[in-house]
Design a protein around this ligand. Structure first.
Ligand SMILES: [Zn+2]
Length: 320
């Protein structure tokens, strides 16, 4: 498992198992407006600016070339072959299990556990996008080493990079929650966990996820290694939502620095470059992630999805 696919295995996959009809509808229905890119050697997608007028042509190409990796643009263009006439782009969130700054295991690449932690985060983010932001047409794709969230809601597809970055900060819990408020001329402070609504609730969930998955040797900006160990020692309180007690044990002043540090970590749980890039190409669902021999695929039910059951190509089971 998680070993690279040989050219022969790729060929078998595209000729015997892959089927263009499995392409998600959100790609098939506007295939002619997207730029396609391919990696034939394993050194990156150097074959770009490809266009397919329909699924049949894409199918022919894939069976003939069985690329190492296949990608399509998140953007729709009038002239995709020239990357000209940009019309709109999907809003993307990329959670790569390998790059999570906080994860409970210290394996080299990815394993079942890391992938599951990435999935947990994606579930929370999808909930925020649908619930808090009211977005529809939200799709989850297993990328082979993590997950992509792809949003095709008409309300976001024409947005520029700056607004996308703002949505990312909200959804990832990457901003420090507001603490100081005023009422009738008097100012007072309230902790994030005293306001379990809206952004404050998003932050509580993301912070809890980070604290519960820390190994204890992480570096958090402006926080000592001792504090990180204190977090790990006291984090069970968070399972019962006892944030006040947790804060007392950490120390009220240190706690503020910890909150700031966690906001910074939350930002790194998602690859921001992908979200703000309107012309990105993204791994094509149904294609093979040859580095790990997994199928990139749309996930219909992220609550129960298990990549080791659903995303392993047949040739892996037939290996020695
Ligand atoms: Zn792992």
């Amino acid at each position: 498992m998680f070993e690279a696919a040989t050219p022969l295995e790729r060929k078998r996959y595209y000729r015997e198992e892959w089927d263009v009809r499995k392409l998600p509808d959100f790609i098939a229905r506007n295939i002619h407006m997207r730029e396609f890119g391919f990696d034939h050697t394993g050194r990156g997608p150097s074959d770009r600016y490809r266009v397919f007028d329909d699924e049949k042509r894409l199918s022919r190409f894939m069976r003939a070339r069985f690329p190492f990796a296949a990608y399509s643009s998140v953007a729709f263009y009038r002239e995709p072959g020239k990357r000209r006439g940009w019309q709109r782009s999907e809003l993307i969130f990329d959670v790569d299990a390998k790059d999570l700054p906080v994860r409970s295991c210290d394996c080299e690449g990815v394993c079942e556990r890391c992938l599951d932690e990435a999935r947990e985060l994606v579930l929370m983010m999808v909930d925020t996008l649908r619930g808090d932001l009211g977005l529809g047409d939200v799709h989850v794709v297993y990328s082979g080493r993590g997950y992509h969230i792809r949003v095709l809601d008409p309300g976001v597809m024409e947005l520029g990079s700056e607004v996308r970055a703002e949505i990312l900060r909200y959804t990832a819990g990457a901003r420090q929650p507001r603490r100081k408020f005023t009422h009738s001329g008097e100012s007072y402070e309230m902790e994030h966990f005293s306001i379990p609504l809206g952004y404050h609730r998003v932050f509580i969930e993301r912070a809890r996820h980070v604290f519960l998955h820390m190994r204890g040797d992480e570096r958090i900006e402006n926080v000592t290694a001792r504090t990180v160990r204190d977090v790990v020692r006291n984090r069970e309180l968070l399972l019962e939502d006892r944030w006040g007690e947790f804060k007392r044990r950490i120390g009220p002043r240190v706690y503020q620095r910890l909150v700031a540090g966690v906001a910074g970590i939350n930002m790194k749980m998602v690859d921001a470059k992908v979200t703000i890039d309107l012309k990105r190409i993204l791994r094509l669902p149904t294609s093979l992630h040859s580095k790990v021999s997994m199928i990139c695929m749309e996930v219909k039910n992220p609550e129960t999805f298990d990549p080791l059951k659903s995303a392993v190509p047949k040739f892996v089971h037939e290996r020695e």
